[in-house]
Design a protein around this ligand. Structure first.
Ligand code: F6P
Length: 547
């Protein structure tokens, strides 16, 4: 067994960064740009369809060098290679982490327990292709012989957020005669609202769950089954034409009553939040068609290849990951905003919340010791320009600094009213204002009364990464998502945490299971050993419901 790594804050490379941070002091982005007229071009990379400008970060060449020293000291590249080789780097669950295999080329070989998983991946992709083509062409019909008009994906977390985000992102590439909806919340209103205008005879449910034991999904799927059978006269044989499953758990799928012939498989080496290029993407493939889905996979693969082979200094996920380490470690940044200047990417921040926060929201390292530095940030955001009229005030003039990603595209997918220039002008302007602000002298020179000068001054120095894609296409989306996946990987590796488990979601699930029977009609008084807060809430709830 190799010895436990030295805690991060005891490494000489961390000390060097600390000293460097002190030396930087209150260096302003304005000064960095004045000192280097080429900075905007030098601190940028083009990878595939993405141009990424990281010049508006509080870093110098020396910072980047020191951050890369830390990458080497932390064995990030070795862990990356171990992931690509299928080694069980998910240490607390003893599993390989191989979402990259989901977008591998047919001839590739990636072994897990002596088996080339690439073969299985492509077999499932072929089945997905056949199925989605049948639904799209109308060959797959419902129980009464009618064409499927709506696909409802029932899943939660990674079995919902990826396909839901990507469906929204790639809406323009979807078959507009086929509606796709996503039901996730155990709040019955979700299923009710998403099905109220649907005809069961024309509705197909895809029940997506890695484990097929997730209570929200099984509850919603059970209710959906009831809705279907009520609508179709109660004939149980209808289920086979209106329900398919995506899961790793054939036993539970069959126990639920879905024919395993209608199950699309994936594997325990695919983490839920890394799964939408697996069969979890079935609803998406049905919406946009197999060809566009494969284009998206090619985008993922291109970024995987870049991450695996580009030299560290020009390795985009590595750089973006290390910038996050820099701000968390030395600027006490607690949150990270993701601001897409694209309405199609409306759900991208929500998707990233799970990807990043479920991966790196950890406070013990792989050896179970407390991590001595700040780990994953709170990730949040909504599309620009909407956010500009809501919380951007705080981004510009609040007391803390929130590093942000501005994401936009040079070419619009569709711009019938010629509004794209205005949208993008706003994105460029926000990055500029956040970085350079407006000094008190500039404000005063405009004739602003002295008492208003402090109010109208913008401190600037607020870091942003600008991601300018060529155009939002399936391929670009693949590149973008893979970029963030690998960024999260890099950070987890530096912090020496296991980015691939999620034990932190368990306790609430167990407690909910215990509380639920106490809410039901006829339940005994809430037990006395319940804490007084929960007991009172349970009692008030029961009273309000007349129980
Ligand atoms: O509770 C968290 C979680 O396990 C996520 O990691 C996962 O994406 C989600 O629940 C759904 O799990 P499943 O696909 O097994 O239903």
């Amino acid at each position: 067994m190799s010895p436990a790594p030295v805690p991060l804050n005891q490494l000489p490379q961390w000390d060097a960064l600390r000293a460097h941070r002190e030396a930087l002091g209150d260096t302003r982005l304005r000064e960095l740009f004045d000192a280097d007229p080429e900075r905007g071009e030098r601190f940028a990379l083009q990878v595939g369809d993405l141009y990424v400008d990281y010049s508006r970060h509080l870093v110098t060449d020396e910072t980047l060098r020191l951050l890369l020293d830390l990458v080497h000291a932390r064995g990030v590249l070795a862990l990356r290679d171990a992931m690509f080789h299928g080694e069980p780097i998910n240490s607390t669950e003893g599993r390989a982490v191989l979402h990259v295999a989901l977008r591998s080329q047919p001839g590739d070989v990636i072994q897990v327990d002596g088996e080339n998983v690439v073969l299985a991946v492509h077999e499932v992709l072929r089945r997905m292709t056949r199925f989605s083509e049948r639904v799209r062409s109308g060959e797959w019909t419902g129980h009464t012989g009618r064409r499927i008009r709506t696909v409802v994906n029932i899943g939660i977390g990674g079995s919902d957020l990826g396909p839901a985000m990507a469906y929204q992102a790639l809406r323009a590439y979807s078959d507009r005669n086929l509606d796709v909806r996503f039901v996730s919340n155990v709040d019955g209103a979700d299923l009710q609202e998403k099905t109220r205008d649907l005809d069961p005879a024309e509705t197909l449910f895809i029940v997506a769950s890695k484990t097929f034991t997730t209570v929200e999904t099984i509850t919603n799927a059970t209710s959906a089954r009831r809705w279907l059978l009520d609508g179709l006269g109660g004939d149980e044989s209808a289920v086979a034409k209106h329900f398919v499953a995506v899961s790793t758990n054939a036993e539970e799928v069959s126990a639920f009553g879905i024919d395993p012939a209608n199950m699309f498989e994936f594997w325990d080496w695919v983490g839920g939040r890394y799964s939408f290029t697996s069969a979890i993407g079935l609803s998406l493939m049905t919406a946009i068609g197999p060809e566009a889905f494969h284009e998206m996979l090619a985008g993922f693969h291109a970024m995987d290849t870049h991450f695996r082979s580009a030299p560290p200094a020009t390795n985009l996920p590595l750089l973006l990951g290390m910038l996050g380490v820099w701000y968390g470690g030395f600027f006490d940044a607690q949150s990270h905003a993701v601001l897409p200047y694209s309405q199609y990417l409306e759900q991208f921040p929500a998707y990233l919340q799970q990807l990043d926060m479920e991966s790196n929201g950890k406070s013990v390292d792989r050896e179970g010791r407390p991590v001595p530095v700040r780990t994953g940030p709170v990730v949040w955001g909504t599309p620009g320009t909407n956010g500009q009229h809501a919380y951007f005030q705080l981004l510009h003039q609040g007391t803390g600094s929130v590093p942000a990603d501005l994401i936009g595209f040079a070419q619009p997918v569709d711009d019938p009213y010629d509004q794209h220039d205005l949208l993008m002008a706003n994105m460029f302007a926000q990055g500029q204002a956040l970085a350079f602000g407006k000094t008190a002298e500039q404000v005063a020179a405009e004739g602003v009364p002295p008492e208003l000068v402090p109010h109208r001054t913008f401190p600037g120095n607020r870091p942003t990464t600008t991601i300018l894609g060529r155009k939002l296409t399936p391929r670009t989306l693949g590149e973008l998502v893979a970029l963030y996946e690998h960024k999260v990987f890099v950070q987890g590796a530096v912090w020496n945490i296991n980015s691939f488990d999620q034990w932190g979601v368990e306790l609430g699930k167990v407690l909910a299971k215990r509380i639920e029977p106490q809410l039901r009609p006829g339940a005994a008084e809430a037990p006395q050993d319940l804490d007084s807060s929960t007991r009172t809430l349970v009692q008030r709830y029961r009273t309000a419901r007349g129980r």
